[in-house]
Design a protein around this ligand. Structure first.
Ligand code: SAM
Ligand code: SF4
Length: 331
């Protein structure tokens, strides 16, 4: 029996996010530059077989939850094949996907048929012009269609991720929350983090969870925190006092949740990261491609987890942004 995948602070890691590509079909300004993005070469990206093998070894070390992400994961050809492979791994209890939703209309049924039941769809605004401004693409209609198809197909959970950028998304908060209440989606507002490719982030551009709670409570109905639903989940969940709908806040900047972190990340080019903001990575691809046995890969995973720091230092002057932007890490 393996010992749990614990770091030196006693945090047990059972949650793995797997990026399947660094490519994207839109260009959110807080993640990617508008032009000139240098993507990884095809042969640098892990194959489905390599991802499956890694996930199987991680499951043997106690990982039970997987999330596929990117870049935009729906750009990866034949993704349902990977979903079937990962769902069949003994010990994996939960598999979810984060997507920008642009290709969801054409893929939702195939993803569901492959066994996927949980989706997070990224959508910041319901206004076409504002969507264009944020993503530099005119695809709001496709995302809304994708969401509608996903609801029809019957996913158990469809949450919406919205990035909270100050002096920008304030007009979107109430419409987004009302949209979530109408269609039964939990909207999760994620404080803007210093992970953008152009170095645009600074603290004054972060719309803080408390400010959003104040606006939504005033404009819709008081928000009441739902205590301790899952202390290791990054979002703090609230319900509206009138009983209609829930909202989550991922307050990485104003209320860092590192002390409860149980997450690891595998980049699409096969590097393991113990934190979104990690500087150092463990090259797993080299092991996978050079015939390393499972034990050696398991030791590399344990080694990476042992290196994990107590937490990111966004709020300190010592903070150094990670060498990769969000789309190349996997959010
Ligand atoms: N393309 C997919 C999508 O947009 O959902 C998956 C990858 S994306 C990197 C994952 C999530 O990261 C997005 O849902 C978005 O909300 C979040 N994100 C991207 N850049 C961010 C930033 N600078 N700060 C906070 N969240 C960010
Ligand atoms: Fe693409 Fe997602 Fe980054 Fe937006 S946040 S540019 S959709 S990878």
């Amino acid at each position: 029996m393996n010992t749990p995948l614990a770091d030196t602070f006693g945090r047990v890691h059972d949650n793995l996010r797997i990026s399947v590509t660094d490519r994207c079909n839109i260009r959110c300004f807080y993640c990617m530059p508008e032009e000139g993005v240098k993507f990884m070469r095809r042969e640098e990206i892990l194959s489905f077989e390599e991802i499956e093998r890694f996930a199987r070894i991680a499951a043997g070390l106690g990982v039970t939850k997987l999330r596929l992400t990117g870049g935009e994961p729906l750009l990866r050809k034949d993704l349902p094949i990977l979903i079937r492979k990962l769902s069949a791994i003994p010990g994996i209890q939960d598999l979810a996907l984060t997507t920008n939703g642009v290709l969801l209309g054409s893929q939702a049924q195939a993803l569901f048929d492959a066994g996927l039941r949980r989706l997070n769809v990224h959508l910041d605004t319901l206004d076409r012009e504002r969507f264009k401004h944020i993503t530099r693409r005119d695809d709001l209609g496709l995302v809304l269609e994708g969401l509608e198809t996903a609801r029809r197909v019957g996913f158990e959970s469809i949450k919406i991720n919205a990035v909270a950028v100050k002096n920008l998304v304030e007009p979107d908060l109430v419409p987004m929350a009302r949209f979530g209440r109408e269609f039964g989606h939990e909207i999760r507002f994620i404080e803007f983090m210093p992970l953008d490719a152009q170095g645009l982030w600074d603290r004054t551009k972060v719309l803080l969870a408390d400010q959003m709670i104040e606006i939504l409570s005033r404009e819709i109905a008081p928000l009441i925190e739902i205590p301790d639903r899952d202390p290791r989940a990054p979002a703090t969940d609230y319900r509206f006092a009138d009983g209609i709908g829930e909202i989550g806040f991922i307050a990485s900047v104003s209320r860092p949740f590192c002390l409860n972190c149980n997450r690891l990340r595998l980049t699409s080019d096969g590097h393991l990261r113990y934190c979104l903001f990690a500087i150092d990575e463990t090259d797993i691809k080299i092991l996978l491609r050079n015939g390393a046995p499972d034990d050696a890969i398991a030791s590399a995973i344990r080694g990476n987890v042992r290196e994990k720091w107590l937490g990111h230092e966004i709020n300190s002057s010592r903070f150094v942004p990670p060498p990769r932007p969000m789309y190349a890490i996997g959010g």
